[in-house]
Design a protein around this ligand. Structure first.
Ligand code: IFM
Length: 449
């Protein structure tokens, strides 16, 4: 396919790819790992679309050497992975399981030896099951336990991890895990799930302090954002869009950047104790931005459980997830973040951006994925356009290095630059891998901001 040459990116721009522990590691009982909420959830009939689980996934726990070689071949300057809390603290409390930390210690050293900066996320949704049994993120105590886990992990890896990310997508974890029940732990509390957001953010603030006490920095959080498209000028539609924007885009950002919680119906303020907002607003060095698509919103139908309805957006190509491919949404989002938060906004890194397609090897075993190349091309240009507008974007991480276990969608949604045959664990770089490798080689350092 012919695509115009990519623009240049600022000197030091971080090129990376992302994964998460439960989506790739497998080995769920190895070396003392305890059960997580996703092990439990996947065993419950009907929860995962293809009935699979993360028990093996990409078997990265045993194949990390091969995967680090793929990273080196791609030429990325950074790799964002997550650390499984149940490997480090099998019950979610108590002393560190040294064997669990050994795995990440080896991984970090292998990355550094390959010239790839380790970027570690502490929590990507795999809560130790015993913590869930004790109330999970609905319970304030989980925030304190999370900070202890952060401390144990930083004590071992703090000297070598180049960027710490406390939480991945706390809004998505609250809404799908505790609000609608599509994700683990499968609770259906709707707006009563708000304590889950608050306790995650409190855990984030306490973890920031724990990391800094170990001189483990810089520190970030990765939030999911979706620019809101209102479908008409009707007051009711505009009000619904404002509510959705406050929920999806501001609930987990306003308090981080010192503004407290946005005004939203149905949130119980009693879970916010004196001093919590100061803890949450501890300065961070980077805001991680995960972007996939904009969301169409209109006023809720009579009798709806939520104060808005989500509607498909016409006029865009779509991924295998049926998500619209909208690079203009990323450009818009980055401008919105700058305009909304002004000087309070730290430098941004795009910590996830990617797409699922039904990629299949051809008769020669090659995997051509021109849609993913077009997707990445468009989104990278959107980032460059935002930088030209003056938004301080310092990196771009593709979701994901490998096809992996996509939560409730099991093995059915392939997001990787590298195809994984789950039966044989054969890894095959797709054409997007080669394309990105060439883009990175050509665009890295050398251009002025
Ligand atoms: O796979 C997920 C990831 O775990 C969190 N962000 C969105 C990705 C695609 O759905």
């Amino acid at each position: 396919m012919s695509i115009a040459p990519m623009p240049r990116y600022p000197t030091g721009f971080r090129w990376g790819v992302s994964t998460s522990a439960h989506q790739i590691e497998g080995a769920v009982t190895a070396d003392g790992r305890g059960p997580s909420i996703w092990d439990t959830f996947a065993r419950s009939p009907g929860r995962i679309s293809d009935g699979s689980s993360g028990e093996v996934a990409c078997d990265h726990y045993h194949r990390h050497g091969e995967d680090v070689a793929l990273l080196a071949g791609l030429g990325v300057s950074a790799y964002r992975f997550s650390i499984a809390w149940p490997r480090v603290q099998p019950t979610g409390a108590g002393p560190a399981n040294a064997a669990g930390l050994d795995f990440y210690d080896r991984l970090v050293d292998e990355l550094l030896a390959a010239g790839v900066d380790p970027v570690a996320t502490l929590y990507h949704w795999d809560l130790p099951q015993p913590r869930e049994d004790a109330g999970g993120w609905l319970h304030r105590d989980t925030a304190a336990r999370f900070a202890e886990y952060a401390d144990l992990t930083a004590a071992r890896l703090g000297d070598r991890v180049r960027l710490w990310i406390t939480l991945n997508e706390p809004f998505i974890h609250m809404s799908l895990g505790y609000g609608t029940g599509e994700h683990a732990p499968g609770r259906t509390l709707l707006f009563d799930a708000f304590p889950v957001a608050h306790h995650q953010l409190l855990g984030h603030g306490l973890a920031v302090a724990a990391l800094r006490a170990r001189t483990a920095s810089p520190v970030a959080i990765a939030n999911n954002y979706s620019p809101v498209r209102v479908l008409s000028d009707r007051d009711a539609d505009r009000a619904a869009a404002a509510t959705y924007e406050a929920l999806h885009n501001r609930l987990c950002t306003d308090p981080l950047l010192g503004r407290g919680y946005p005004d939203l119906p149905g949130l119980d303020p009693s879970v916010v104790h004196p001093g919590d907002l100061d803890t949450i607003a501890a300065p961070i060095d980077v805001l991680g931005v995960n972007y996939y698509n904009p969301t169409g919103v209109r006023a809720a139908e009579e009798g709806s459980a939520l104060p808005f309805d989500l509607v498909p957006l016409d006029g865009y190509p779509r991924t295998a997830f049926d998500w619209p491919v909208a690079p203009d949404g990323l450009h818009e989002l980055l401008g919105w973040l700058r305009d909304t938060y002004g000087d309070a906004l730290p430098p941004i890194e795009i910590t996830e951006s990617g797409c699922a397609y039904d990629d299949v090897p051809d008769a020669d075993g090659q995997v051509a994925d021109p849609e993913r190349i077009a997707y990445l091309d468009g989104h990278l240009r959107a980032v460059r356009a935002a930088i030209d507008d003056g938004v301080d974007v310092r990196g771009y991480f593709v979701w994901s290095l490998l096809d992996n276990w996509e939560w409730a969608e099991g093995c059915t949604k392939r997001f990787g630059l590298v195809h994984v045959d789950y039966a044989t664990q054969t890894r095959t770089p797709k054409s997007s891998y080669t394309w990105l490798r060439d883009v990175i080689a050509a665009s890295g350092d050398g251009s002025a901001r």
